[in-house]
Unconditional design. Structure first.
Ligand SMILES: Cc1ncc(COP(=O)(O)O)c(C=O)c1O
Lengths: 419, 149
């Protein structure tokens, strides 16, 4: 089955020069509390390269005022920079129009926007929302809140022990009452790359729209929302080498046009009177109030940075690191990797026999190795796998095999301490 | 930061492996659930209190070595004490973990529980060590659940 992951590489990409690009990240080159920091936690939040921070500072110091307001040259310029960033996102996702790109605070807010606007307008008692077994809480809780309000039900696409969705029963799960499918493209816990394109085709065959949580996908693989035919696609800037507090909701224009606004206030109105208020069109309709302007511009700069590195080179680099890390970790006795999907992004969750992930995380932290230990905001995944928590290492373009070796040495130290 | 070996001493590792007083008292006079929503740690403490004395105390649940050992050592140290003494220990343990009580200089009744003083240098683990104590406090106060948030 073709997946979104199996894109064509017409030529072998030149390798990333990790040593050189690390100069863009002071956290990686300068000692942190007296030791070299090994950052294996990009799935929690990516690091911002210098150029992103400098672009934001430049804006804030030299270009800032509010956007979409007033006739000043300054305001016009700020608006232009802000809208240029939107165009960069459009191009990054290959959306048809910038009208389909809505700024949000992040993935979480984007999903809540869809749930509260599209969901409240389209769901009725007895309707169903179909989610996958590997969703992040961000793609569960907004739907549970909506379902509770509407008397709707949530159904779940199961997954197997390898951490792959079981799609055999999909047809039966897509019922006449299914109003929406929500699926994560790349699991933040297991790294699984889900076959979202096939899933979308199956849902569309029954006229059901699909929301794709792309928070962990965009840092690792090229995304084309038209090719996927996603109805909604959401992601956060901070997982993509951008700043926190900015994210994106992509929605198909017809859907967004038909949706009522969510937040009301300034910027999103055409005219306001006590008798009648009318709204502007897309994308402003969903962007009430003063937005995160420097965040949007910063995200635009992050996309420039990634583009310059080359998305295919990043993907190839991470795939090689994943293979190397998997091999080295699997060789450690008592270590079990959770998530053995055939299509996987550079995220590895593991458990060590008899040692709780928090203890692993603390000892690694002492070694200067930053990983995540916990339930990863995906408690249903933990329940499904029968573990309370995992330790997770995630690899980005600035990591190399020496980082993997340090992780392995750190894990061996954990084992030694625990005897 | 202290070397992790200072925290993960033999006693703590040993209590983690073989927790004492593990399980649930039924019937019991006091009982509470402690949750750490950040990491999903879940601890249940049950007690039999009579004549102002903690006659029996047990815990069950899962968590990291710090929270398991803290729970285990808590039950060992609280058993047979008066409720008042137990409350004093809870308060002193908290103060020690927050760095406000120096076991070497300040008076205390913590005994071997001072093993946990290294946790004060690991802010992210403070809640793990304190959770059983907060749960014990809730149980003694007649509250059913406690959260570290
Ligand atoms: C798959 C997935 N979805 C959603 C989110 C939530 O993103 P944010 O907290 O930026 O809104 C995350 C972040 O951890 C994630 O990994």
């Amino acid at each position: 089955m073709p997946t979104a992951w199996s894109f064509e590489m017409t030529h072998a990409p030149a390798l990333l020069d990790v040593a050189a690009l690390r100069q863009d990240f002071p956290l990686l080159t300068e000692p942190f509390k007296g030791r070299r920091l090994i950052y294996l936690d990009s799935a929690v939040s990516g690091l911002c390269p210098r150029s992103v921070v400098e672009r934001m500072a430049h804006y804030q110091l030299r270009e800032h005022t509010n956007v979409h307001r007033g006739v000043s040259t300054l305001s016009q310029e700020a608006t232009d920079r802000y809208e240029e960033a939107r165009e960069k996102v459009r191009s990054f996702l290959n959306a048809r129009s910038t009208k389909e790109i809505i700024w949000t605070r992040g993935t979480t807010e984007a999903i809540n926007l869809v749930a509260q606007s599209w969901g409240r307008a389209n769901l009725q008692a007895g309707d169903e929302i179909l989610l996958s077994a590997m969703e992040h809480h961000a793609n569960i809780v907004p739907w549970q809140m909506l379902a509770a309000e509407k008397g709707a039900t949530i159904r779940v696409i199961p997954m197997n022990d390898a951490g792959e969705l079981i799609l055999d029963g999909l047809d039966a799960l897509l019922t006449p009452r299914t109003k929406l499918v929500g699926v994560v493209q790349v699991s933040n816990v297991l790294g699984t790359v889900n076959p979202v394109k096939a899933l979308i085709q199956a849902a569309h065959a029954k006229g059901i729209p699909v929301l794709v949580d792309g928070a962990q996908a965009v840092p690792h693989l090229p995304v084309d929302v038209q090719d996927l035919d996603a109805d909604f696609y959401v992601f956060s800037g901070h997982k993509l080498s951008g700043p926190t507090g900015i994210g994106v909701l992509y929605g198909k224009r017809e859907l967004l046009e038909a949706m009522p606004p969510w937040h009301g206030g300034g910027s999103m109105i055409l005219s306001v009177s006590w008798e009648k208020t009318t709204y502007i069109g897309l994308p402003g309709k969903f962007e009430a109030g003063t937005p995160n302007i420097s965040g949007a511009i910063g995200l635009g700069a992050a996309l420039d940075y990634l583009k310059a590195l080359g998305l295919d080179r990043i993907a190839a680099h991470e795939a090689a690191l994943l293979a190397y890390a998997t091999e080295r970790l699997e060789a450690i006795p008592g270590l079990r990797i959770l998530g053995q999907a055939r299509e996987k992004a550079s995220v590895i969750s593991f458990v060590l026999e008899g040692i709780h992930p928090h203890d692993v995380g603390s000892i690694l932290d002492h070694e200067g190795i930053v990983v995540r230990a916990g339930h990863h905001c995906a408690q249903p995944v933990m329940q499904r796998l029968g573990v309370p928590a995992t330790t997770r290492a995630s690899f980005a373009y600035f990591n190399d095999t020496a980082d993997v070796d340090a992780l392995v040495a750190g894990i061996l130290k954990v084992k030694e301490i625990f005897g | 930061m202290t070397d992790p070996r200072e925290l993960y001493q033999q006693v703590i590792l040993e209590h983690n492996k073989k927790p004492r007083n593990f399980g649930k008292l039924d019937p019991c006079t006091h009982h509470a659930h402690g949750l750490n929503p950040l990491c999903g740690d879940d601890i249940e403490v049950s007690l039999v209190v009579a004549d102002g004395l903690v006659q029996e105390v047990r815990f069950q649940g899962h968590g990291c070595a710090i929270s398991q050992a803290s729970s285990s050592l808590m039950t060992v140290n609280v058993k047979g004490k008066t409720v008042e003494e137990a409350e004093t220990m809870i308060a002193q343990f908290r103060e020690m973990i927050r760095g406000n009580l120096d076991p070497a200089a300040d008076p205390h009744i913590l005994g071997r529980l001072t093993l946990f003083q290294g946790v004060k240098d690991l802010p992210s683990r403070v809640k793990c060590a304190v959770l059983p104590w907060a749960t014990l406090h809730s149980a003694l106060q007649g509250e059913e659940t406690v959260s570290t948030e």
